[in-house]
Design a protein around this ligand. Structure first.
Ligand code: GLU
Length: 464
């Protein structure tokens, strides 16, 4: 069975690069009918925090990506790691190194002065003498001294690392017994049954070390897929300066989970020239073999385009629910269908949609000067008064068309162009130009509110 994983270090929020590899891992597991598991790599007590763990879990919840089974926390697995450290020591595959900090610094300085690669020189590898006193030894693994380590990568092909160039007997446990990163990752991936590792290619240099650990412990090596980074439009690694990198900021900005996931799946993966993918399609079509070999480019316009697509295609009841996050309560509004149908084509984000709704449902408290100059001239107030009278006398006003026919009556009775009523009415209702059809606005706010806004606008602007 295919088991994939996402293994974040909880040092801060979940960033979109991480989310993308999590999504790839999730999709592939689901495609294979396998499992997608979550492991929190929280061994670095100084840099990790419970808050960061919670932030990551919250982001997963928002996006509807559910991990299978219990979450594994590395911080709870010290005993397991200790057992494997002991095993390697007993088998002579790891050893204690008593080199002091000073000695290490001295070694590094000499190597640098000689323009050599800085590395451990193996002085305790076969040590059988009396260990020096007062040094808590680190544990080092016996890494191959020569030859090559091959990483079979499903994205990049076979990559050969020369043992002497990249490896030394790296530390697997510190002086205080704490195991190190590459050691625990390999152990956990094996024990958790993970057989396909999809992760960012910033981890590629760790992979040969992890392979050394797999081999020392006799563990089967998983398949690796190292995913190229996401770049900004100038070809640099995506950073905060390029916009949001925290997944939850996208929620805040009004992006929908469907749009964000659709956006991310296309960053570094494609299926012909298809752009829109439902979750079901992503699961059916995704294969890590199709991950691009080169970096992908982050493009906000594309994300906006996808988001407006998803907003347009979200049922209004659901949109009303989503807008509650912006303090817009439309869930029981009897005209929410009319309102949202008129606005959802105009919004790139839920936040924008919230603003558009807000502009309609709130009585304007000020009037745009330019709009007033343009709209409230000539007999504009008479036209508005005439319309008010018609409204007051009508009792069955429900649909936009009901309001529209009254506007037409005024236009024909007063023998004016439609603009002569449309423009002042719009400014009376919204305090400015723009917005959807006026009849829609009136149907949504209703007769009383329409009358009130017309009255307010005449009063406010005749005083001025
Ligand atoms: N914990 C690592 C990180 O957050 C990921 C480790 C891995 O995927 O192997 O970058």
């Amino acid at each position: 069975m295919t088991v994939t994983r996402f293994a974040p270090s909880p040092t801060g929020y979940l960033h979109i690069g991480g989310l993308r590899t999590a999504l790839f891992s999730y999709l592939w597991a689901k495609n294979r009918g396998g499992k997608f598991v979550l492991r929190i790599e929280d061994t670095d007590k100084a840099r990790n925090s419970e808050e960061a763990t919670q932030a990551i879990l919250k982001a997963f919840e928002w996006l509807g990506l559910e991990a299978d089974g219990e979450i594994t926390y590395q911080s709870q697995r010290d005993e397991i790691y200790a057992k494997y450290i002991k095993q390697l020591l007993d088998e002579g595959k790891a050893y204690k190194c008593y080199m002091s900090k000073e000695e290490l610094t001295e070694l590094r300085e000499t190597q640098m002065a000689n323009k050599q690669r800085t590395m451990y020189d193996g002085r305790y590898r076969d040590f059988s003498g009396t260990p020096p006193e007062g040094v808590a030894p680190v544990i080092r693994i016996k890494a191959p001294l020569t030859g090559e380590i091959l990483v079979q990568d499903g994205v990049k092909g076979t990559i050969s690392f020369q043992a002497e160039d990249i490896l030394d007997d790296f530390v697997i446990a510190r002086g205080d017994g704490a195991p190190t990163y590459n050691f625990v990752v390999a152990i956990d991936d094996y024990l958790m049954g993970i057989n396909e590792v999809i992760r960012g290619d910033d981890h590629l240099s760790n992979t040969p070390k992890q392979i050394v650990v797999y081999e020392a412990l006799g563990f089967k090596i998983p398949a690796f897929y190292h995913v190229p980074m996401i770049h900004n439009s100038s070809g640099k690694k995506l950073s905060k300066r390029d916009g949001a990198t925290d997944v939850m900021d996208y929620k805040e900005m009004g992006y929908t989970p469907a749009a964000l996931l659709n956006f991310l799946v296309r960053l570094g993966w494609s299926h012909g020239d298809q752009e829109i993918f439902s979750m079901q399609e992503m699961i059916e079509l995704f294969n890590p073999k199709d991950i691009n070999k080169s970096a992908s480019i982050y493009n906000t316009e594309k994300l906006d385009w996808l988001n407006s697509h998803y907003i347009k295609n979200t049922p209004n009841a659901e949109l009303a629910e989503l807008l509650t996050a912006y303090d817009i309560v439309l869930t029981s509004h009897d005209k929410k269908e009319i309102l949202l149908d008129a606005l959802k084509e105009r919004a790139k984000t839920l936040k924008e949609l919230a603003t558009l709704v807000e502009e309609i449902v709130t009585t304007p408290s000020s009037f745009d000067e330019k709009a007033i100059k343009k709209a409230f001239k000539g007999d504009a107030f008479d036209v508005l008064e005439a319309y008010s009278t018609k409204l007051s006398n009508a009792d069955e006003l429900h649909l936009p068309s009901d309001y529209h026919s009254l506007m037409e009556e005024v236009v024909s009775e007063m023998e004016i162009g439609f603009g002569k009523i449309g423009m002042p009415l719009r400014v009376a209702l919204l305090g400015k130009m723009g917005g959807p059809n006026i009849d829609v606005i009136m149907a949504v706010i209703g007769k009383e509110e329409t009358l009130l806004r017309i009255k307010n606008s005449i009063r406010a602007n005749s005083l001025a």
